[in-house]
Design a protein around this ligand. Sequence first.
Ligand code: UT7
Length: 325
Amino acid sequence: MKLFSRITGTGSYLPPRRLSNADLAAELATQGIETSDDWIVERTGIRARHFAAPEVCSSDLGLEAARLALQAAGVQAQEIDLIIVATSTPDMVFPSTACILQDKLGANGCPAFDVQAVCSGFIYALSIADAMIKTGAASKALVIGAEVFSRILNFKDRTTCVLFGDGAGAVVLEASDTPGILASDLHADGKHVGILCVPGHVSGGNVLGQPLLQMDGQAVFKLAVGVLDAAARATLAKAGKTAADIDWLIPHQANLRIMQSSARKLKLPMDKVIVTVDQHGNTSAASIPLALDAGVRSGKVKPGELLLLEGVGGGFTWGAVLLNL
Ligand code: UT7
């Protein structure tokens, strides 16, 4: 049995409709909501985001990203024996987005399920796929982060609606004789449910409560910088590595200031950090695989390099994965 799991292909997809900060500010102004490119760039580093068309779901975005990851890995859809989709914006209440995507991909038969850990979802999903491959339960997994966060934004709340975007990223993770994923570290603390949530639910055919995203941005910010650093250090320690060994830090793309803080705490220069938040906004579970694929396809991130992926999000959830590409 092969003892390790390794990423053999990456892919990503953004819906074509791109809104710069100025475009979004102009749309919000028609509703009497005031914001500006200056404020958004200064507080977050975000310059643009993509929004999916109304009929496009997370499974559609994930499908495009998955096809590109399969192509990069040289793997046929029918060879896939595990599909995990990380999403907080599923196509339906049920079945899972992973099942819907599986059928669109033509990979029918293999286990397929969603992971709900909000912006840490891809880190959770990748760790689960790694564990399943290491036990022999799977040998060629598709791990996808896909979101249509535009569907759950409150466009009357300028403190949140300017932050998020839609998109998907995917990796093919295969059983390997040589180490790819070296260590991971996952956490959650449910006492922070209220600082980042979409508290609505469906009951008796109606949506009850608030079905749109609400966030205490400053509380999230403070928690995020602390737990990301702890997860990064714990993951490095498990693998017997130090921050100086890292070739690329690929953080969840929520806010440039959080990424700068993570890099500073690890004493890494910003030119070792993959940054896509400026062009994508916060795409929640899709942000890390989108950034990974952007890094790979730009030629920056190369095979054999040591990558630290780290995520944090609603729940509160957080974690990190250290891997050799
Ligand atoms: O993936 C999930 C993880 N989420 C995050 O990582 C989010 C973490 N938090 C953050 O990124 C930041 O807290 C925010 C970007 C959300 C907010 O930045 P901040 O520096 O904490 O700003 P603030 O909330 O303290 O607001 C400062 C001012 C306020 O005005 P007053 O009260 O000082 O007059 C806000 O009303 O900025 C105002 N403001 C805005 N102004 C223009 C808030 N949103 C906007 C806006 N445009 N969009």
